[in-house]
Design a protein around this ligand. Structure first.
Ligand code: MSP
Length: 513
């Protein structure tokens, strides 16, 4: 039986349409999921939406619709966005799903019954018109950050989760699982800034708004945010039924992929909740950096971004995917700009990949009527090319295991560049002029076509549409991972299809940066 791999994205707030920042996480998760599938894993890839809370309640009221109507519309749109980006999720969980809501009530009750949740009093700074609680540090000039009005210190009855009880166990878990949080800098941040100073119990219910999962044994309370949201990773698998086949098969998760601002919730609250429920902990949480626009975070409220579908329409889905995967070293923040997207598309996809495929197929058509021949009249220069191409599989595997997605792509591009150089060095057009060099010419073209086939397989998790187009031009059936182990699997005496341009060069002058 193949090994399982369970990967998740955060479940996003549908308070407004999803933007390029949400796409960033989701494209990376998709590429990892596709890569794992390619290499033979039984993958479960989950994304979804975190639909409760005061903000959505308020937004819906402003729009004159019910919260459910409000989120339904955004989720329909989000699913359309994921389809246009080729996101191959296996399950989309919504926290308003009945199964999830019931499961969260059971989790809450279980934790209460065993004494891990208790009733207390929540003190906070409250903005009456906005009906929102704020912490001291969230205030702007001592006033509500949303509306700028005075806030009042109030207290309300609330339930708390005993986070503090799990502090020592959590530190021990970190020690025993050094790769639980990646990049490592984020682990140190968690330990030094949050855990070592002492964990405080967490407020897990509210009475000040209604749009949430009600605490069934005390219905004036709704479950507040993190118990509802984080549980999604197990309720989708059938928990609290620990014998549910999906739960048995896929839990614990192999990777929770999250933005850096929610690493804290995934590496402190979530593990403590799981310990309290006596469940295994996820194997890894990776906190990636942010895409920044003009030095600031992409923000719904600032509206400093376009609908990601506009980029897809203008440049193609794989240009957007490739940019998200390649441009920013995974883990760091990176600037998002349309001009960088264009430059990346032109340099890597049009010049390096597109050109190589186009030149090679065109020459094969011109000199051999599109028929592949491999007489193996090899020269020294071939040995180097073939060694580079064959080494790629291991390099990509190593990079992907470390989640260095951008470096995996960089290594593939390096080999494609070597292929272009191989054309320049072997000059097939010169060989074509000499009848006695016919077999050498056929060998050169075969080496190139086979290198392209291998690279297209390795590129398929990242730019799947383009890989399919390449396979179609090569007219090959040899597209599986196990065909990468040796050089020469591309069918011989086989007819290629006509070349088609994969990426047109984009004129940057037509676009505002
Ligand atoms: N609902 C919570 C998550 C609950 S998970 C149990 C939430 N939602 S969110 O809509 O605010 O989405 C946050 C996530 O979206 C980030 O962690 C990140 O994955 C992604 N991003 C949102 N903006 C981003 C950028 N500007 N750049 C990169 N990723 C960004 O938090």
């Amino acid at each position: 039986m193949s090994k399982k791999y369970y990967i998740t994205t955060p479940i996003y707030y549908p308070s407004a349409s999803f933007h390029i920042g949400h796409c960033y996480t989701t494209i990376i998760a998709d590429a990892i999921a596709r890569y794992k599938r390619l290499t033979g894993y039984d993958v479960f890839f989950q994304t979804g939406s975190d639909e409760h809370g005061e903000k959505i309640e308020r937004k819906a009221a402003e729009a004159g619709v019910t919260p459910k109507e409000y989120v339904d519309k955004i989720i329909e749109d989000a699913k359309d966005l994921w389809a246009s980006l080729g996101i191959s999720y296996d399950y989309f969980i919504r926290t308003t799903d009945k199964e999830h809501e019931e499961a969260v009530q059971k989790i809450f009750k279980k934790l209460y019954d065993q004494g891990d949740i208790y009733k207390g009093e929540y003190k906070g700074l409250y903005c009456i018109p906005c009906e929102s609680f704020w912490t001291e540090s969230q205030l702007v000039d001592g006033k509500c950050p949303d509306c700028g009005r005075e806030v009042k210190e109030v207290s309300e009855e609330a339930y708390f989760f005993k986070l503090s009880k799990y502090q020592d166990k959590l530190i021990k878990f970190y020690d025993e699982h050094p790769n639980f949080i990646l990049p490592l800098s984020r682990k140190n941040e968690m330990l030094n800034n949050f855990i070592k100073p002492g964990l405080e119990d967490l407020c897990v219910s509210r009475t000040s708004f209604k749009w949430g999962i009600s605490v069934d044994f005390d219905p004036k309370h709704v479950v507040y945010v993190w118990i509802d949201a984080l549980s999604n990773y197990i309720t989708s698998l059938g928990y609290p039924d620990e014998n549910a086949p999906m739960f048995q098969k896929y839990w614990p998760a192999d990777l929770h992929l999250v933005g850096k601002e929610i690493v804290r919730f995934h590496t402190i609250i979530w593990p403590c909740m799981l310990m309290a429920l006596n469940l295994s902990l996820p194997k890894q949480v990776f906190g990636h950096g942010w895409l920044i626009i003009d030095g600031g975070k992409i923000s719904k409220s600032l509206g400093n971004y376009k609908d990601p579908r506009e980029y897809i329409q203008d440049y193609g889905v794989d240009a957007v995917r490739y940019y998200a995967l390649r441009e920013v070293p995974f883990g760091s923040d990176g600037n998002f700009s349309e001009s960088a997207l264009i430059n990346r598309t032109n340099s890597d996809l049009a010049n390096t990949l597109g050109n190589l495929v186009n030149r090679t197929i065109s020459m094969s058509q011109k000199y051999f009527d599109g028929v592949t021949l491999n007489p193996k009249v090899r020269e020294e220069i071939d040995v180097d090319l073939i060694a580079n191409v064959l080494a790629l599989k291991e390099i990509v595997e190593e990079k992907m295991t470390e989640l260095k997605v951008n470096e995996a792509l960089e290594s593939i591009m390096e080999v494609l560049k070597k292929c272009n150089k191989y054309i320049d060095d072997t000059t097939p057009w010169t060989l074509a002029k000499d009848e006695t060099k016919k077999d050498r010419l056929a060998t050169v073209l075969y080496n190139l076509l086979e290198s392209i086939r291998i690279c297209a397989i390795l590129l398929s998790p990242f730019i799947p549409t383009t890989s399919k187009k390449i396979f179609a031009q090569l007219n090959t059936k040899e597209t599986t991972y196990d065909t990468l182990s040796s050089f020469g699997k591309l069918e011989e005496n086989h007819k290629l299809n006509q070349p088609e341009i994969l990426f047109n060069r984009i004129d940057i002058k037509n676009v505002q940066a």
